[in-house]
Design a protein. Structure first.
Lengths: 466, 205
């Protein structure tokens, strides 16, 4: 077998290499049986998939390559147990625990020191690796493409298929390269990069494509920033987003628990250096964005494409339905819109670097007294490391709640939410109707913009604080 | 195994909004058990009922319009099924009685979930969907011919890949098909293990 698979075009893209190196065999009808290297489950759907497999008498083919974590509905208040604020949620946790044990897969349980949001802990543990395929029944699995992996979200049936066979039946998507040239200006972040792409090209702009993020501004990002960028490839309707691995990727992964060790590491790192798009590689679609022109972004509607610069106003062609839901008017300036709450968390923006940048702005400050503010670290490790740096104290003194890790209030499962109809500025990825609670009006933005807004009590431009 | 899908004639329910996300199709709060059933009551709950968590029907929402009570087809907008990967959205549609969604485009995970549960996601130009909605009569889908027609005589073709078509037509189970290729998979893994031993985790981690 050739290293990056048979029939590799010359020159080839990173996506060609990721794809061809996992094709087990071609399928009649033009698709392919594609090898899956890692499967990650969570407690919201894990028990369902594992129980369904067991009922069908289908064993998990290789349990050592399947992992699970409790992140989606686990309580994030201090002193947590299996009990959840979501009615009936405890059964999701206990049934996933029982099913994981029966299947022989590794579970990072409620109070495991390695517990956390699946897309935060998978890199922390070195479970995702460059050149691997990784799937999870969670749409934000594309986050992990930041490591030069082909990682994407699937449904429960596909998760069962991946676990039972070690493969998925797929049609090769088209390839896209999104190049960010130049340098990000002060106060702008990877969140603003991906929100700009989606605002400019639409929430279906990436449909049918696997997207490589490239260019000077992407190379300049640290691994955590790259994860934020890839996280919202699913909001672009792409199959996935990914970035060629480089020295930063290798440095991040070296020594992680499930990463290769010793001579295996040397061989792996050597082979991963080839995971780049060759000069002259052909893409079905190419998009160029000048990163230096990007400004802090904030959403105004109920789709991530309904977003604009912090200095802009609600556009004149905005949809009536989303404006009615958001209680905004055409032409209304986004900055200055009063908020009721602020949320920092989720697989988009809850890693240590996010919390460090937020706390640097919060230090010695107090948020507006009417704002309910919550910070939920992305993993138990992030929480410990932040606490070791005193970041929790800064958040608490400023008026934020400081939580245990989990997906928390990124979505409303029937338990905890913001007040009905509240206007929330949030580092999450979805501003759908009632996503964060009944009638809750979500504005998605970077951690910096969330902090600036919490301090002002209204949507605010972080650049005025710098 | 899903119910085979061959032809279907039904008055389609128009819900022509772009970016209908799976949080709207089945809100997370309506996913109350670890099973795949008990979801029909939660279908479009946020739009269908007057109060969040309540069960009083909102007469202004199309799902509550009696003329669509037996509808098995939804006419949707672009990027239908975007957002969360929750297969519950499709399970809820199936349990309620829908067998097809006709829309200008679908989010990829949702489309995959449809295929695995015997729902046809048919991609059709928005102008044609508008004609179907205007006709206010039954729509016939012929999957074998990849054709959608209305009584007035107009018809439109839709694309679908050969495997998805065959699986829908015959109600095939993808896992059964792939398990038949166990020898191919084992051969591939043996060769791959020699090249990428680090992928194959042992008990020592």
């Amino acid at each position: 077998m050739q290293k990056w698979g048979l029939f590799l075009p010359e020159p080839s893209s990173l996506f060609d290499k990721l794809w061809n190196s996992h094709v087990v065999t071609a399928l009649p009808g033009g698709g392919a049986l594609v090898a899956i290297d890692r499967v990650f489950l969570h407690e919201r759907t894990g028990a369902s998939a594992l129980n369904s497999l067991a009922e069908a008498g289908r064993p998990v083919a290789d349990p050592a390559r399947v992992f699970a974590v409790t992140d989606h509905i686990v309580d994030t208040r201090p002193g947590r147990t299996d009990k959840t604020l979501m009615p009936g949620g405890q059964a999701f946790i206990t049934e996933t625990r029982a099913a994981a044990k029966a299947a022989g897969i590794t579970l990072f349980d409620v109070n495991d020191p390695d517990q956390g949001i699946v897309h935060v802990i998978s890199p922390e543990l070195g479970i995702v690796l460059p050149g691997c395929t990784l799937v999870a029944p969670d749409s934000h699995t594309c986050t992990q493409g930041a490591f030069g992996a082909l990682a994407w979200g699937i449904g429960s049936s596909e998760a069962e298929h991946a676990m039972a066979t070690g493969t998925l039946r797929l049609n090769k998507p088209k390839s896209m390269r999104v190049s960010f040239s130049g340098t990000l200006a002060k106060g702008t972040t990877p969140k603003d990069m991906i929100m700009t792409l989606i605002a400019q090209h639409g929430a279906a702009g990436g449909k049918g494509h696997a997207v490589e993020f490239a260019g000077e501004a992407v190379s300049a990002l640290d691994m955590e920033g790259r994860m934020t960028l890839c996280n919202m490839a699913t909001e672009f309707s792409a199959m996935s987003g990914f970035i060629a691995p480089d020295a930063k990727t290798f440095e991040y992964l070296n020594g992680r628990r499930y990463a290769p060790k010793g001579t295996d590491w040397d061989a792996a790192a050597e082979s991963w250096k080839e995971l780049v798009s060759d000069d002259g590689a052909v893409f079905d679609t190419s998009i160029e964005i000048d990163a230096s022109a990007i400004t802090p972004m904030v959403s105004w509607g109920t789709s991530p494409q309904d977003s604009g610069s912090i200095c802009s106003a609600v556009p004149e062609d905005a949809g009536e339905r989303s404006l009615e839901y958001m209680a905004l008017d055409k032409g209304q300036k986004l900055a200055g819109t009063p908020i009721d709450a602020a949320f920092i968390g989720s697989c988009t923006n809850s890693r240590l670097s996010d919390l460090r940048r937020a706390s640097a702005l919060l230090k010695g400050q107090k948020i507006a007294s009417h704002v309910k503010a919550i910070c939920v670290p992305g993993s138990s490790r992030v929480k410990r490391e932040a606490e070791a740096e005193g970041i929790d104290t800064i958040f608490r003194k400023a008026g934020f709640e400081w939580r245990e890790s989990g997906c928390s209030m990124c979505f409303y499962a029937g338990g905890e939410s913001f007040d009905a109809g509240a206007r929330v500025i949030s580092t999450t990825n979805r501003n759908f109707e009632s996503r964060q609670g009944p009638g809750v009006k979500t504005h998605i933005a970077s951690p910096e913009t969330v902090v600036a807004s919490a301090l002002a009590g209204a949507i605010a431009d972080v650049r005025e604080l710098l | 195994m899903a119910e085979p899908f061959t032809t279907l004639t039904s008055l389609p329910m128009p819900l022509i909004r772009d970016n209908i996300d799976t949080d709207q199709i089945i809100p997370s709060r309506e996913m109350k058990s670890t099973g795949k059933t008990g979801l029909a009551d939660g279908l479009f709950a946020g739009w269908r009922y007057t109060d969040i968590g309540g069960r009083d029907a909102d007469p202004n929402f199309v799902l509550n319009d009696p003329q669509y009570a037996e509808s098995q087809i939804i006419l949707g907008g672009a990027n239908f099924g975007c957002g969360s990967s929750r297969e519950h959205a499709v399970w809820a549609l199936v349990e309620y009685g829908f067998r097809a969604v006709i829309a200008p485009s679908f989010a990829p995970i949702f489309a995959g979930n449809c295929m695995r549960n015997g729902i046809l996601p048919a991609v059709i130009d928005p102008d044609a969907i508008a004609v179907m909605a205007e006709a206010k009569g039954p729509v016939t889908i012929d999957l074998g011919a990849q054709k959608i027609s209305i009584d007035a005589g107009q018809s439109w073709s839709f694309p679908i890949d050969d495997e998805a078509k065959a699986m829908l037509l015959e109600g095939l189970d993808a896992i059964d098909l792939s398990l038949k290729m166990a020898t191919d998979i084992a051969t591939w893994q043996e060769a791959d293990r020699a090249q990428r031993p680090w992928i194959y985790l042992g008990a020592n981690q």
